[in-house]
Structure formats: C-alpha cells, structure tokens
Write a protein that binds this ligand. Sequence first.
Ligand SMILES: C[S@@+](CC[C@H](N)C(=O)[O-])C[C@H]1O[C@@H](n2cnc3c(N)ncnc32)[C@H](O)[C@@H]1O
Length: 267
Amino acid sequence: MCALLTQVNGIIFIEYRKGSLLPTFIIMTVKEHYDNHLGNFYSWMAGDFNTKQNEQQRFFIEQKILPFDTSIAIDLGAGHGLQSVSLAKLGFTVKAIDFNQQLLSELSANSQGLPIEIIYDDIRTVKNYSFPKPELIVCTGDTITHLSDKKEIKQLIKDCVDVLCDNGKFIVSFRDFSNPLIGDSRFIPVKSDDSRILTCCLDYLDNQVLVTDLLYTKIKNEWHQSISSYYKVRIRVTEIVDLIQDVGLKILYNEPVNRLIMIVAQK
Ligand SMILES: C[S@@+](CC[C@H](N)C(=O)[O-])C[C@H]1O[C@@H](n2cnc3c(N)ncnc32)[C@H](O)[C@@H]1O
C-alpha cells in the first residue's frame, strides 16, 4: 500500500492505475499541524500535567540529572512544559524552546515562579543559545523525529554537542518506527472521553512516517471531525545510537520508557 503513495508540492497522490495519479489530501508542515490542530489538544492528549510531570522528574532523579556546572538546561520542543518544569524544580535554569505559541502559553501558566525562559524559536537554531554554555540539553517526547530528515537530525545532535559544556548531558527520546504497522493496526486509539475521541493513523514509507491525527469533538450533542497529517522521520534506534556515538558522546542509558526509546548521553 505505501508504495502507491507519492507526494508533489505537499499533495499526496495515490497511484490507482499504473501511471494515473489520484490526488488525495494535503500534508501539513509540522508547524502547521501543531498550530492548526495538535497544539489545541496536545495537553489533553498528554494527560494530567502534575502526574506526568512527576513521572518525568522521577526519571531525571533516577538518572542523576542534577545541576553540576552552569545550571543551564535547554529543553528543545518544550511543549507545555513536562520536562522544563521538572528540570527547573531540580535546580536548573531552563531555556524552553518551541515554535508553537499555544503550548508555550500553557508552559508559561504551568511554570509560575520557576526559572524558565520561554523562547519562541525553531529548535534548529540551538547554536544561538551557546552562552552561557548549557550543561544539559533535552529533546524528548519524540520531538527529534519532527525534523525534516535524517540529515537534520544528525546536524541537530552535532550542534547540541558543540553547545554543551564539558561533561554535559544530552537526553533524547523518540518512537521506534523500525517495524511498520500494516492494515488495521495502523489505526491507534490514543485517547477518548465524553467530548473528544482521538485516533492516530500511521502510514510507513521508507524514510518517513505519515502521521494523521483524527479528532472527533462533541459540540452541543453533535460530533465534529477534524483531521490533519504531517510527516515524521522514520529513523531506527541503531541509527540514532550511531549518530550520538559518532559525535563523541558516551551513551549512559538506552531503554524503552513509556513506549519511547530514551537515551541519556554524556560529552
Ligand atoms: C511531541 S511534542 C513534545 C513536547 C514535550 N517535550 C513533551 O514531551 O510533552 C513536540 C513539540 O516539539 C515542537 N516542535 C517540533 N518541531 C519543532 C521545531 N523544529 N522547532 C521548535 N519546536 C518544534 C512542537 O511544537 C511540540 O511542542
């Protein structure tokens, strides 16, 4: 099925007969997808903020992620703040970078009184945040696969290493897209309650996964559908491990945590 998909100028075509293309739907950029769709319900999807934030903080404590030098931590793709708030509570001064204004506003509300600088920017500009040198950079929650391709992932990891102080740590978590889901298993029930139902559909291509978030919202007793699709990079765990080791980082931890692969590495 995947082999039948092709894309021209953001529009997906299905080859329904050899040489005949049928336009199907428009693919959003990652930013458009978050700005017009997922950003509006991401925090609902993620679940209770305090519970999730405490889980995150416990993980950092278990991994001995505590300030030892400049105390500066950078959170790439900070979203509504699960990692930023946890790191600030552990004593870091956090630079929380994201390009979705809605989630940054929620982060602001979640981080009252904590030393968190909220930065509306693209994570690909991480090198602009070199001074003072951070001792920790996190890019978690599958954010790294939101980049355009493996080349950009490689560049981001390299930039993070350049920016980190000596012995600084890099933490990344991402979904393992090695084994394609096929047929009905492509449809993943993510979350539902009395007024919202969210299903995610994954279509595996060679180096990308087409992600479609399908949301039903109940308004005045009627269900309304909204759909948006974007690409993630399909990168294997071994490829990310190689990229991390190639830039000279030492891997301290590499395990699945809550269906994401979590890697902690040190310069
Ligand atoms: C899956 S969410 C993860 C959020 C948060 N780290 C968490 O675990 O809940 C990905 C976040 O990265 C942001 N993002 C994706 N690509 C980005 C980019 N190139 N620059 C800035 N933010 C980006 C999105 O806006 C979104 O908030």
